[in-house]
Ligand binder design. Structure first.
Ligand SMILES: Cc1cc2nc3c(=O)[nH]c(=O)nc-3n(C[C@H](O)[C@H](O)[C@H](O)COP(=O)(O)OP(=O)(O)OC[C@H]3O[C@@H](n4cnc5c(N)ncnc54)[C@H](O)[C@@H]3O)c2cc1C
Ligand SMILES: *[C@@H]1O[C@H](CO)[C@@H](O)[C@H](O)[C@H]1NC(C)=O
Ligand SMILES: *[C@@H]1O[C@H](CO)[C@@H](O)[C@H](O)[C@H]1NC(C)=O
Ligand SMILES: *[C@@H]1O[C@H](CO)[C@@H](O)[C@H](O)[C@H]1NC(C)=O
Ligand SMILES: *[C@@H]1O[C@H](CO)[C@@H](O)[C@H](O)[C@H]1NC(C)=O
Ligand SMILES: *[C@@H]1O[C@H](CO)[C@@H](O)[C@H](O)[C@H]1NC(C)=O
Length: 613
């Protein structure tokens, strides 16, 4: 009955959005068209967080908002709106495809981190999985940023604002989908729900997700959860997606529906830097934009605020080109320092993924939405978690000093504090440590499990090397610099192998593990080295890990004295009117895909900018 009511509410919301979509933002392709206006707000980046904040600011009567985005409007591009074509946009002009510096742990090879370069940003190319982290992790954000308004209760209400949740229908319920009502919103811009069975051939069909769920409970004691969005995501669930019931991707550009005259978007242009007045603290008065390496540089003025939302790997560069950052970094790039903030570009956290495969009776391949995600905690993965706790505490000093000496964090002591909060959540409050994303057809003709340690201890950095906005940044995720990250990755692979062994006893799953398989990684108690080599792709054991493309932390929200870049109202230290709202502000990683959380943070930021909280 409650389900039916919610469906009616969701339907009405969908109708409301359709009705208002005629009134949409103004899109511009030439800087001439936006140059002669003094904007109230300029938002840098039309991705996830940028479009949320823009829409909310444009709701203020009489406020003129300009969004600047390097990419184009790709809403009619199949590679974008069909999530089943996941991956088609990679290495095209829609993908920033950031290349890392040579990584020591993989003998100098590199990796590519993906990010969307289009209206909608990374939500235009992402995998559309929709989940949230553990309550304890949101609550500990309050401790880390130094403001108790950051807690699960508050953030959940903001995360819910993005959603028009569509509860599972009868068929989807039968297939395993469920939900907890309070964990969702009912009248937001995004239609969130379970993928329609008839539009996505891999959704809820066949026995595989159930076999995986059953194995999770039997082998790892990871319970089946009704909903991974309610603050307890330790376990396995059928996961909603940001895909409508018509099979259309729900990227952040859904926030543009019904925005009216206040909102303008300039496409095909990059923000090069901010321009400052001479006051102390500084105020930004304008941005410089450039459309191509050989094009002219233009100035666009803002009188209230400039909001940075260019993503975790591009926002630090905009700051550094504006003279905001560490002196040594700016000197090397021959940029004059305006504000000394050594945390800019540091504290980068990125996850690493390996995929194991169980040979299957399926004849298809490729990526696409999968519907089952398991998150396991340290006690489910390790029989020696107590020794692990001791081992970690004994090494925090050494690891933090290493990362500080490498220049990836400002203060070793702050990093230790962060780790202690993260460990408290996963050692004492049951927060997950690894994700196991069940993936039918990837690797080819397999039931796959894409697996990653969610909370890497390693830290890296991203910095500019010149003032040219078209030059690639120097990007160093510093993968596996802290050895414990490998211990977690190995443990999660060993867990997968046990899951496969269990699943293989059932009819239809009897072909056994074939990636990596027993030849590459023999099964015995001393195979840590073989797992490590396979995870890294060394010793002819395959290609090695991929990156998850969930970078965070490069403009962290934390106290100034800790090396923070923004304060708890998202304001850039040393300025009066610059805020950062994108993934770069998250100081520590959380145990979930990022989008739902970032929608919530951006909604919260918008309320602060509008002085509503
Ligand atoms: C391949 C991939 C798969 C993912 N899968 C999932 C998933 O399944 N579920 C999930 O929840 N999350 C997923 N994510 C993560 C999620 O989409 C991102 O974390 C989120 O979109 C980040 O939001 P953001 O606003 O920080 O940056 P973005 O959404 O990336 O937006 C940044 C925008 O700024 C623009 N920009 C960059 N430089 C400039 C400049 N100089 N001037 C102006 N604009 C600029 C960019 O073009 C972009 O549009 C995935 C991400 C990727 C890349
Ligand atoms: C804006 O100003 C520039 C220079 O003053 C002028 O060339 C251009 O035509 C103006 N554009 C519009 C749309 O008014
Ligand atoms: C979360 O923060 C708000 C605002 O400070 C507070 O009212 C509320 O009690 C907090 N909730 C919890 C569970 O701590
Ligand atoms: C896969 O293809 C093979 C050979 O074409 C066929 O024998 C088999 O039945 C197919 N399996 C499925 C699950 O469709
Ligand atoms: C815990 O066990 C794993 C193997 O299961 C081993 O690799 C690791 O070294 C052990 N850690 C400690 C601290 O004992
Ligand atoms: C999460 O839910 C599971 C299953 O209901 C339960 O066993 C577990 O104790 C819960 N964990 C937390 C941290 O609430």
């Amino acid at each position: 009955m409650a389900g039916l009511l919610h469906q009616i509410v969701a339907l009405c919301a969908a109708f409301f959005w359709a009705l208002h979509s005629a009134q949409a933002a103004h899109i511009h392709y030439s800087v001439n068209e936006v140059q002669n206006t003094t904007w109230d707000y300029i938002v840098v980046g039309g991705g996830l967080t940028g479009l949320v904040v823009s829409r909310r600011l444009a709701e203020e009567a009489g406020k003129k908002v300009l969004v600047i985005e390097p990419g184009m409007d790709e809403r009619k591009n199949e590679d974008v709106y069909k999530v089943s074509k996941y991956g088609a946009a990679f290495d095209t002009k829609l993908d920033w495809a950031f290349e890392t510096k040579p990584q020591a742990v993989i003998e100098g090879r590199t990796r590519k981190i993906r990010a969307g370069r289009l209206l909608g940003g990374s939500t235009g190319i992402n995998g559309a999985a929709w989940n949230r982290a553990a309550r304890a992790q949101y609550d500990s954000l309050g401790e880390i940023v130094g403001d108790h308004h950051f807690n699960f209760t508050i953030l959940q209400s903001y995360m819910n604002r993005a959603e028009s949740f569509v509860p599972p229908n009868h068929k989807q319920k039968e297939a395993g989908a469920d939900f907890v009502s309070s964990a969702h919103g009912w009248d937001g811009p995004l239609s969130i729900g379970f993928s329609p069975i008839k539009h996505a051939k891999r959704m809820f069909t066949g026995p595989a997700p159930h076999a995986f769920t059953e194995a999770m409970a039997a082998v790892l004691h990871a319970p089946k959860l009704a909903d991974q969005c309610d603050g307890n995501n330790t376990g396995v669930a059928f996961t909603p997606t940001s895909i409508s019931q018509q099979g259309i991707r729900q990227a952040s550009y859904m926030y543009l529906e019904g925005t009216g005259d206040n909102l303008h978007i300039l496409l095909g242009n990059r923000v090069r830097r901010l321009l400052w007045n001479d006051g102390q603290p500084r105020s930004a008065t304008a941005v410089q934009v450039q459309a191509a390496p050989d094009a002219g540089i233009y100035v666009l003025h803002a009188q209230d605020e400039i909001i940075l939302a260019a993503g975790a790997l591009n926002t630090p560069g905009i700051l550094e080109r504006s003279g905001v950052g560490a002196k040594d970094v700016l000197d090397k790039a021959r940029i004059r320092q305006v504000i000394n903030l050594p945390g800019v570009g540091k504290n980068l956290q990125e996850q690493t993924m390996n995929t194991m495969g169980l040979k299957a009776d399926v004849n298809y391949t490729g990526g696409g939405p999968s519907n089952t995600i398991a998150n396991t905690n340290i006690y489910q993965l390790f029989s020696n978690a107590t020794q692990m706790r001791k081992y970690m505490y004994n090494h925090l000093d050494e690891w933090a000093n290493l990362l500080q000496s490498q220049g990836h964090v400002v203060h070793a002591s702050t990093l230790q504090q962060h780790w202690k909060h993260v460990m408290h959540a996963f050692l004492d409050q049951g927060a997950p440590v690894t994700e196991h994303f069940f993936d039918t057809g990837y690797p080819a003709n397999s039931y796959g499990i894409d697996t990653w340690f969610l909370l890497p201890f390693s830290r890296g950095s991203v910095h500019v090397t010149s003032s040219n906005v078209f030059a690639s940044p120097s990007l160093d995720p510093n993968y596996f610099a802290v050895p414990i990250d490998m211990d977690f990755q190995v443990a999660s692979m060993r867990a997968n192998r046990r899951l496969f062994a269990h699943m293989s006893k059932q009819p239809g799953f009897t072909h056994g593990e074939h990636v990596p398989g027993m030849e590459l990684v023999p099964e015995n108690d001393n195979n840590y080295g073989a797992w490590r080599a396979w995870i890294l792709g060394l010793e002819n054991k395959g290609d090695g890990f991929g990156t998850v493309s969930h970078p965070i932390g490069t403009c962290s929200m934390m106290p100034h004295a800790d090396g923070g870049v923004v304060g708890p109202r998202f304001t850039l230290y040393g300025t009066t009117n610059v805020r950062i709202v994108d993934a770069s502000i998250l100081p520590v990683q959380i145990s979930a895909h990022l989008s739902s959380t970032l929608y919530g943070l951006a909604e919260y930021a918008a309320d602060m900018i509008r002085d509503r909280v």
